[in-house]
Design a protein around this ligand. Structure first.
Ligand code: PLP
Length: 344
């Protein structure tokens, strides 16, 4: 059996989740008459401490819709230089909204309030209008890094001083919640818009939920419709999300524990470099250059010899993501595969 550490997006709905989908009460979502979608939206709004929420087909659409509500063409979005909307959304808000991205550097996918203050532009007619700051929780591509609450609050306070809106790309917010013990509503409080993905660690097949004030969500409905994200009997999908929120949140701790175990094991293999103490959540990133190997060759070897799929993230950088569908012996098999790969 394949041990797929490519991403936490590879999970398949469990039999119990499929039953919940099968039995979902449904209606016309576009008319706001799907009771299961409505229940999911209310559940996520309450979880995040917001007035309202909106079910969308994907996290990517949550980012697009939120930026569309916050920005007009020519506005500037401040975000980390390795943020998802910049790297993996096919041009994203630049194409759909006409907004520009202004990137901020910073260790581990984070930036500071000082950087935000320095980046906010004065209101001069020949400058783009600084409009939104976007924070990714957890910061994905740097290794599922959990932003501390105090840093989030400081960044958002700086953004507000400058008149900017605050957006959280919370694709893995619940990983941060479980890892830190900080409630979701505390992380979400400083933001005008925040969303969670149902298809990452939560293990649902489709969907994400965007939350904010009632006014924000009313405005978001317009773009949901415009982008083709308004659906019909979407309760079948929302039921999976509700099931996931009920049954798959606490268990994220298990993914985190396994990620740490994998990281400690990898750190003990000659030629593999990583800081095992810096694995905050379910993502492990390591470097294989010490083994004289490229990341692609490493990933090919582990797949061929042990059926373990790692991702080659950079020339010598490899990623592993732990999730619901990694079997009980998954970490041990991944370590055996990694050992064999570096030994040639
Ligand atoms: C996966 C992801 C997205 C996009 O979500 P999809 O549901 O795949 O469209 C956005 N931001 C981050 C940080 C992600 O990890």
């Amino acid at each position: 059996m394949l041990i797929d550490l490519f991403s936490d997006t590879v999970t398949r709905p469990t039999p119990a989740m499929r039953r919940a989908m099968c039995e979902a009460e449904v209606g016309d979502e576009q008319l706001r008459e799907d009771p299961t979608v409505n229940r999911l939206q209310e559940t996520v709004a309450a979880l995040l401490g917001k007035e309202a929420a909106l079910f969308l087909p994907s996290g990517t659409m949550c980012n697009q819709v939120a930026f569309a509500v916050h920005c007009r063409a020519g506005d500037e979005i401040l975000l980390h230089e390795l943020a998802h909307p910049l790297l993996y959304e096919a041009g994203g808000a630049a194409a759909t909204v006409g907004a520009i991205f202004r990137t901020l550097p910073g260790p581990r996918g984070m930036f500071t309030a000082e950087q935000v203050r320095a980046a906010v532009r004065p209101p001069l007619h020949f400058m783009p209008r600084s409009r939104v700051v976007s924070v990714e929780q957890t910061a994905n591509i740097v290794g599922g890094v959990c932003w501390p609450l105090a840093q989030i609050e400081a960044v958002c306070a700086a953004a507000r001083e400058g008149g900017l809106a605050c957006h959280m790309d919370g694709a893995r917010l619940l990983n941060a919640v479980v890892a830190s013990g900080t409630p979701a509503r505390a992380f979400a409080a400083p933001f005008d818009s925040v969303w969670i993905d149902l298809t990452k660690g939560l293990g649902a097949p489709v969907g994400a939920v965007l939350a904010g004030s009632s006014d924000f969500i009313e405005a978001a409905w317009v773009f949901k419709q415009r982008y083709g994200g308004a659906m019909r009997q979407a309760g079948i999908l929302a039921a999976a999300g509700l099931y996931a929120l009920e049954h798959h949140v606490d268990r994220l701790a298990e993914d985190h524990e396994r990620a740490r175990r994998l990281a400690r094991g990898l750190a003990g293999i000659r030629g593999i470099a990583l800081d095992a103490d810096r694995v905050d959540t379910n993502i492990v990133i390591f470097d294989v250059s010490g083994a004289g190997l490229g990341a692609g060759e490493f990933a090919r070897r582990t797949l061929a010899s042990h059926g373990v799929r790692f991702t080659d993230l950079g020339p010598t950088t490899v990623r592993a993501v732990l999730h619901l569908d990694v079997p009980a012996d998954g970490v041990e098999r991944a370590l055996a595969a990694a050992r064999a790969a570096v030994e040639g």
